[in-house]
Unconditional design. Structure first.
Length: 132
């Protein structure tokens, strides 16, 4: 169903989603994800999410709509959201929930993490240069 891990050094919430979800599973995930995000934001000032959906099944439209709400309207929005997904219909469904900037789909966890960490550091350097 879902697992969450936090890496405070990188300000990343790692999410692993599997199986087919009920509405209750989605709601439980939404609470757990926002709790983890809150912890990271309080410690680091921002957070990133790396979501491994390689074993996530095609979901019912009600579940997809709730997940879109989490991405679009949550209190703690990730600066960047990297999604790792396989090919096929699940990847197409995932692309439909990509409703805001700062989201990208990857084929591997390593590539996703590199984008989160390396590109975010580059963004920070560029922002500092503009201010300074």
């Amino acid at each position: 169903m879902f697992e969450l891990q936090i890496d405070f050094a990188k300000a990343i919430v790692y999410v692993k989603l599997t199986g087919f979800w009920t509405i209750d599973t989605v709601k439980a995930f939404m609470v757990a994800e926002q709790d983890a995000a809150s912890e990271v934001v309080q410690a680091c000032g921002r957070h990133f999410v790396l979501a491994d959906l390689m074993h996530f099944k095609i979901q019912a439209q009600e579940s997809v709509a709730l997940l879109q709400g989490l991405i679009g309207d949550s209190r703690y929005k990730a600066v960047r959201l990297a999604i790792v997904a396989g090919e096929g219909l699940a990847r197409i469904q995932i692309k439909r929930i990509m409703i805001r900037p700062g989201m990208r789909v990857f084929d591997s966890v390593e590539a996703a993490e590199r984008w989160l960490v390396d590109d975010a550091a580059e963004d920070d350097r560029a922002a500092s240069a503009l201010q300074g």
